[in-house]
Design a protein around this ligand. Structure first.
Ligand SMILES: [Fe+2]
Ligand SMILES: [Fe+2]
Length: 269
């Protein structure tokens, strides 16, 4: 058995490959996406110690030394923990992030590779594919951005539209409720409002594909079911981090979440 038997490569649509690593202890897959084009691009890297598995999966499609861009969608280890290792193998590659990621995080650390930040609406031509960047702050990190590939109408939403469990490359099933329950238990969103505003922006793009970082790629038919769940169900932090009880927001900030005039501690009644 291959040491990386749990990492699987599938072409989802027109040169976009999902590289999925199933980690049973986390209960989710960790997906990277490779865009095979004149300027090959890897969207997220996986954690630092996942590098060999992801690198070997890339090598099934193209030489990792040819990578022109590595895109991180927010500064977190599963998104970009392997960035220095990919840059070492592809020294001409450029690390792409949101303008905020680059200004805030990459300029203050010891990262040695080339970096390029993108603001909302800016684009990057890969050849047949053309990426448009969407700044989506606070979904779930300050520096978060998403990518829209115009010709395939593909959204790369990182941690939005995820599905827990070991999912196939393409998912049609409605797991919207499971997604919201997963978000609540993990505690990755501070509030529903910034997420719902981004969901409206994504819907207006009329996406054909949603390449979730955890789970499978959602089809055009499946996406609205998840959008509906995000609009209708609670999913923001309620006092749990990775399933562990911490402090519920209404306990940490007296009055938070109570209707006007009924805030706890209010003298006005
Ligand atoms: Fe994340
Ligand atoms: Fe993630």
């Amino acid at each position: 058995m291959s040491p990386h038997a749990s990492t699987q490569v599938d072409e989802v649509v027109d040169g976009i490959y999902r590289i999925a690593t199933w980690l049973p202890e986390s209960g989710i897959t960790f997906n990277q996406f490779l865009i095979d084009d004149e300027r090959p691009t890897l969207v997220h890297t996986g954690m630092h110690d996942m590098y060999d598995a992801v690198r070997d999966a890339v090598a099934e499609v193209l030489d990792p030394a040819r990578l022109a861009y590595v895109a991180l969608l927010h500064f977190e280890s599963d998104e970009c923990g392997g960035m220095d290792r990919f840059a070492a193998e592809a020294p001409e590659s450029t690390l792409v992030g949101s303008a905020l990621s680059v200004g805030l995080n990459l300029s203050g650390w010891d990262y040695q590779g080339k970096v390029q930040g993108f603001a909302d609406g800016e684009t990057l031509d890969l050849g047949r594919h053309r990426l448009r960047f969407i700044e989506t702050p606070h979904v779930h990190h300050w520096d978060l951005m998403m990518i829209f590939d115009e010709p395939t109408r593909s959204v790369f939403p990182s941690d939005l539209y995820v599905q827990p469990g070991e999912q196939p490359a393409i998912v049609d099933e409605d797991l919207g409720e499971a997604m919201c329950d997963f978000y609540r238990g993990v505690g990755i969103f501070a509030h529903e409002q910034p997420v719902r505003a981004v969901v409206d922006r994504i819907e207006a793009l009329e996406p054909e594909w949603m390449h979730a970082m955890h789970g499978g790629s959602l089809t055009r038919e499946a996406i609205p079911r998840y959008t509906r769940a995000l609009r209708e169900r609670p999913f923001a932090y309620d006092g749990r981090l990775l399933g562990r009880d911490v402090v519920a927001p209404e306990d940490a900030v007296p009055g938070l979440g109570a209707p006007p005039g009924e805030a706890s501690g209010s003298e006005g009644g």
